[in-house]
Each structure stands twice: as structure tokens, then as C-alpha cells.
Design a protein. Structure first.
Length: 590
């Protein structure tokens, strides 16, 4: 439950309804008005307000029928036009003569769309961020326009699904039945159950102590608006105000696809898909506050933030334009080539390597080609260092959209010939580095809520046992299984994970590979190293090709991506004829 503050003022609406208004933050700062829906009150925004109030004059109010506001009796008093009147009265009182920015949810958002149909709206609203509340007119056009075209089956089915999702609104529109249903839902904890099912922790649930009364009184909004909106809608509801959509992809009530045509009605549009349920003001207050702040700053003259630029509908570029990509081991080889490839496709790249000078060289080359890159020195085997790195990257550039855990080292030799410190070092870097990177960034990706992708670079050796590569095969096999487990865990958050399994890509990994030879054969190490380097060079498969495979795998959200024909072949053999691979494990390196 939320805390109920005393209203700072009351405002009379056009029909005499008295609206309770709450204000926080400096009065001379830009004004951001927060508008709630049903069955909420102003406390819906309790977690959002502290994130905005240090920079903005934050205004929120109880809708009519809720909290400290008056409770009109006629059903007609709850039409969207009346809610729009309430908003107009509040804005005139709190920001006379000045445009305001708006963040609205659910029916509150629908009311703002209604207000934006008025001629004076562009003078009073500087921007509108809408959450789970489409325009009734646009929704009507989407549903009936697509139901009238069954020859477009996908859109037809989606429109039908949205209509079915609104079936509860029909029940809440029945006189006499609506109060009974609402009381039962609140008393039996059904509303709270919906929030918990959306993954919102109990401590984040923000409802007023008068939830039952508020919900019953304001449920008239359904009876006043559902059937009229279903029957008719404006055909000229065009919006000249900048609009930002926060689309909750797991919203069971307002399906994401209802916004497919919003660009037809709005002249300047941004869209952020949030992996959340209906009540994202409770589950993701940080994202909502950040989205509003970035839009307000940009409209105030600041350069468009990378995240906002990426959200702009109709922006030029491909799927990775303005994405933020973090790549470890990017000073050379596959990591360096992957950084260059992502940068060539418009991504901003964070390159890190244990060799800081090499990382800087990669970043400098990206910048010289017209891209954006940032270099860091990082030992991925140091868990504390990786956590500090992630904290710094997120603070300075934002949470990466794509994380590539590429850093690794080679180790050749049989188990009995490999010193303990060498064995441990391979696991610390090859497995530990991947685990550390995932631990540091996966949690931040989940908390951000807008999805993302993780790439863990394993090897064909992860499913091809060789006694002569014991430590290396073991470390990569562990990466392979770790990635399979983590992929299943992150799927619920809309985060993809690709395991990359290259074969003999011609990089400088052999130069740093340690060869553990049996006693009496140490002198053969240099010759064997040169032999393998020649073999890799003759294969003529450079890291640039591996980089392209990584980028395409991310775009296609591939779970496993072997790189090179032999990697695909061995992958198939490992599934069909595993004993054949076990037999090949008897080969020797030295």
C-alpha cells in the first residue's frame, strides 16, 4: 500500500468536480504531470516521483471518484471528455501559461489522448509519455479496420485477440453487476494477484488504503466509455505533440500490437518496448523516469540521448543503429573484429581488454572510421574488477544492449602434463570471465526491462573432446552448458543468449597459448606451435568472418551458432555419433 499525502491544493473542474492535487519539486522547474488510471490513485506514482522531483516540478492528482477528489454520481461524469477537463483544470492551476510534460497510465493515458484532440492541446502539452493506455480513437481504428480485412490474417487475429482481451470491460459496463464484481475482485485479492503474477514484489505494490472504495466508485469509467469507444471513433485524431510510447510487452490487457499504426496519427513518435506487465509504474519506475527525463531534456535543446534516439520511430539505420555493445577481449582477434563489425552497423561500442593499449587501438580505429567507441582495461578473471567495470560502463554510457563475453586464452596439453596453476588460469579466464561478465550485466539487463542480448564465445572444442586440449575443452564445455542454463533463466526477461562455437579462426590466440608437454618433449613446443599457426593461416578463415557470424546470430537470436563448416559438422556428429568424437580424443599434440 502507498502513503496518502495531504493535497497541496484543490482544483475545480469544468462540471464542478473537485480534484485533489499533489505537488513536489521546485516550482520554477519544468512541470511534469503524472496521471493514473483505474483502480489506482495518485500513489501509483510513489516510486516514480522521487526520481523526478529533484529536477522537475512534479504534479499528480487523484482522478474523480478516487482518493481526496470528489465522487460524481452520474455515469456521464466519467466520460473521457470529463477526465480531459480535469487535466485541463489542473494544468491551468499549476502551470498557468506554461506547457507541461505528461506521463500517464491506463485510463489516465486514454484521457490525455482525448485532451490532445482539442485545438489548444499543443499550447499546453510539451510532450506526452503514454503507458498502457492507447487513444480510444486509434484503438477503434485498429480493431475494426483489421477485423474488416480478414484477408490479412495476422492483423485480423491480433485485432480479434485484443477485442477478446477487453471482454472484462463489457462485464464492468453492466449496471448493478460492475460494483459486485469489483468488490469481489478486491476483497478476494484478485487485483493483487494480477500484480504478483506480473512479477511485482509485494513491497513495490502501490495502492491507496481506500482501494476498495476507489475501485468501486471509479469503475463507472468502463460503463461511460467502453461501448461508445467500441461503436465509434474519430477518423481525424492526429497528434501534433511529441509522443513517447512505453509498450509493456507482457500486458495482458493492452496488447503491444495495438500500437502498430500509431505512427500514422502522431507526427513525432518514440517507442520503447518494456518487458513488463500492465503496472510498469510499479515494476519499472526507473525506466519511466529516465524515459521522461531524456525526452524533456531533448525537447529543451539537449542532444538526443542514445537510448531516446534508438527509440525514435522511423529513424534511419539498421537493427544495431545506436545500440550499445560491450565486448571483452576486444584488443585483437575475434573480439576486435566483432567491435569493428558492430560499429560499422551503427552501434556504439565499449571495448575492453587486459591489454589496455590494444583496446585503445581498437577504439581509435572505430573512431577514425566515424564510429563511437570507448576503451577500458579489464581482467575478466577478476570478479570485483568486472563488477566495477559494469558499474562504470552503465553510469557513463547506460546499460549495454548487447554484451559479448569473448575474452579467452588457449592451453594445450594433457591433464597429467598441465601444471595446476595453468589449469586454474584457463578456467578463471575462459569460464570465470564469462560467468563474471554475465553476473555483472545480466542483472542490470533484467532490471532495465527492455530486453537485450548476451553472446558467450565458447568453441567447437566445447563439444569435441581432445586429450591434448584437456583444460581448454573443459573450460569451453563449461561455458556451453552454463550458457544453456542461463538462456533458459533469462528468457522470461526477454533477453536472448547466443553461444558462439568457432573452429580454427586465424587469430593470435596461438601466440599466447601455453603448451604443457610431457617430460622430455618440451623442446618440441616451438615447432608444434609454428605448425599449428601455419595450419590456421592455410585455413584462411579470419576473425572478420567470425564477427559477421556473431552479428547475424544476435540479429536472428540464435541459441547456438557454430562458426565454420567443420564446426557445424562436428556439432552434428556430437549429437548423432558421440562415440566417434570420444575416439578422436586420443590424438596427441606433442
Amino acid at each position: 500500500m502507498g502513503d496518502v499525502a495531504e493535497p497541496r491544493r484543490y482544483v475545480d473542474s469544468a462540471d464542478g468536480a473537485r480534484i485533489a492535487v499533489y505537488e513536489q519539486g521546485p516550482a520554477d522547474a519544468p512541470t511534469v504531470v503524472l496521471v493514473h488510471g483505474w483502480p489506482d490513485s495518485h500513489v501509483l506514482w510513489d516510486a516514480v516521483v522521487p526520481l523526478l522531483a529533484d529536477r522537475f516540478h512534479v504534479v499528480r492528482y487523484d482522478n474523480r471518484g478516487v482518493g481526496a477528489s470528489s465522487v460524481p454520481k452520474p455515469v456521464a461524469a466519467y466520460r473521457l471528455s470529463r477526465y480531459a477537463d480535469d487535466f485541463a483544470a489542473v494544468v491551468d492551476a499549476v502551470a498557468p501559461g506554461r506547457p507541461v510534460h505528461v506521463l500517464a497510465h491506463d485510463w489516465g493515458s486514454a484521457a490525455i489522448w482525448e485532451y490532445l484532440a482539442r485545438p489548444q492541446a499543443a499550447d499546453r502539452v510539451a510532450s506526452f509519455t503514454s503507458v498502457s493506455g492507447p487513444s480510444a480513437d486509434h484503438l477503434h481504428a485498429y480493431v475494426w479496420g483489421n477485423l474488416a480485412r480478414p484477408y490479412r490474417p495476422r492483423r485480423f487475429v491480433r485485432a480479434l485477440a485484443q477485442l477478446a482481451a477487453f471482454s472484462y470491460m463489457a462485464l464492468l459496463s453492466i449496471p448493478g453487476l460492475s460494483p459486485v464484481l469489483v468488490r469481489a475482485a478486491v476483497r478476494r485479492g484478485l487485483l493483487r494477484g494480477l500484480l504478483l503474477r506480473d512479477g511485482i514484489p509485494p513491497a513495490r505494490i502501490r495502492h491507496s488504503p481506500n482501494l476498495l472504495t476507489d475501485a468501486v466508485n471509479s469503475a463507472k469509467v468502463y460503463r461511460a466509455n467502453f461501448l461508445p469507444a467500441l461503436v465509434s471513433g474519430r477518423r481525424d485524431h492526429y497528434i501534433g505533440v511529441p509522443v513517447q510510447l512505453i509498450v509493456n510487452t507482457r500486458d495482458r490487457h493492452v496488447r503491444p500490437h495495438v500500437y502498430e499504426d500509431t505512427h500514422r496519427w502522431v507526427s513525432r513518435l518514440w517507442r520503447r518496448d518494456l518487458h513488463a506487465g500492465h503496472w510498469s509504474p510499479m515494476s519499472h519506475p526507473q525506466l519511466l523516469a529516465r524515459a521522461v527525463t531524456q525526452l524533456v531534456d531533448h525537447l529543451g535543446g539537449a542532444p538526443e540521448h542514445r537510448e531516446l534516439r534508438r527509440a525514435r520511430v522511423g529513424r534511419p539505420g539498421g537493427p544495431f543503429t545506436d545500440a550499445l555493445v560491450s565486448i571483452t577481449g576486444a584488443g585483437s582477434g575475434i573480439g576486435r573484429a566483432t567491435a569493428l563489425e558492430f560499429a560499422s552497423q551503427g552501434a556504439e561500442v565499449v571495448v575492453s581488454d587486459i591489454d589496455g593499449a590494444a583496446a585503445k587501438q581498437t577504439a581509435d580505429e572505430i573512431v577514425a572510421r566515424g564510429g563511437v567507441a570507448h576503451a577500458y582495461t579489464l581482467d575478466v578473471s577478476d570478479a570485483d574488477a568486472v563488477e566495477e567495470f559494469a558499474e562504470r560502463v552503465c553510469a557513463e554510457h547506460g546499460v549495454p544492449d548487447i554484451v559479448v563475453n569473448n575474452a579467452g586464452i588457449g592451453q594445450a596439453g594433457r591433464f597429467l602434463d598441465t601444471p595446476r596453476e595453468d589449469w586454474d588460469r584457463v578456467l578463471e579466464v575462459n569460464l570465470g570471465g564469462v560467468v563474471n561478465g554475465c553476473r555483472a550485466f545480466a542483472r542490470r539487463l533484467v532490471e532495465r526491462g527492455t530486453g537485450g542480448h548476451i553472446v558467450n564465445v565458447a568453441s567447437m572444442a566445447s563439444y569435441a573432446p581432445l586429450q591434448s586440449l584437456n583444460a581448454y575443452c573443459t573450460s569451453k564445455a563449461a561455458v556451453y552448458m552454463f550458457s544453456d542454463c542461463l538462456r533458459a533463466e533469462l528468457d522470461a526477461a526477454g533477453i536472448g543468449l547466443t553461444t558462439i562455437c568457432p573452429s580454427t579462426v586465424n587469430t593470435n590466440i596461438l601466440r599466447g597459448t601455453r603448451f604443457s608437454a610431457p617430460e622430455g618433449r618440451a623442446g618440441r613446443v616451438d615447432g608444434r606451435r609454428a605448425q599449428l599457426e601455419k595450419l590456421f593461416a592455410l585455413r584462411r578463415y579470419g576473425p572478420d568472418k567470425a564477427a559477421k557470424a556473431i552479428v547475424s546470430a544476435v540479429q536472428a537470436n540464435k541459441p547456438i551458432r557454430p562458426v565454420m563448416p567443420e564446426a557445424y559438422f562436428v556439432y552434428g556428429v556430437s549429437r548423432l555419433l558421440p562415440q566417434a568424437l570420444r575416439s578422436t580424443a586420443r590424438g596427441r599434440v606433442l
